[in-house]
Design a protein around this ligand. Sequence first.
Ligand code: BG6
Ligand code: MG
Length: 215
Amino acid sequence: MEKIQGVIFDLDGVIVSTDDCHYRAWKRMADEEGIYFDRTINERLRGVSRMDSLAIILERAEKNYSDEEKQQMAARKNAYYVELIGALTGEDILPGAMNVLCWLKENGVKIAVGSSSRNTPIILKQIGLEGYFDAVADGNQITRSKPDPEVFLLAAKLLGLEASRCMVVEDADAGVEAALAGGMRVLGVGSAKDNKKATYRAENLEKVDIENIIG
Ligand code: BG6
Ligand code: MG
């Protein structure tokens, strides 16, 4: 197998724990609308774009919403979310993430972010990693959400690497699919730790033997 020259990290659930902020923001919006929403449904939103997430939430709605109403609901959720992520700090970086990132940097492996989130720039700034990655591809630059590989292909392009030279780190099944569809290897962590399709699996970045994977 070709040596891995670049690692593309999903952001939410891989580098930083924003899961609860997403959940609380959607929950507030859903409660206001009288739409049933719980943490099980929330799991389906992992890696999925804002509007696609809203579509999943609206499966439980008792009325139809116009496109304009949907845009307003998504904007309202985002305002709640932005309020919550305003409290993020470097302490919210997930265990093991900094060690893996530092090891890769020290060993000449390029690092990128590949996230569906349009809030990626705000989050990176909050956790003190603005300007830390060699490339950032996020929801602001793409039109197709994971499981489409667009965001990872863009990250690889920005790194100047062939897809076959890149490995993605993902916590979402949709992200594992996206990486494989893009012709990349993928390390599943967190919620994707048992995903059989992933090339490599680890409970989290603290437990991963990155040296062994990169070689
Ligand atoms: C992903 C999250 O990283 O970003 C999803 O896993 C979220 O839950 C998506 O819906 C889009 O996020 P944002 O910040 O653009 O609303
Ligand atoms: Mg994720």
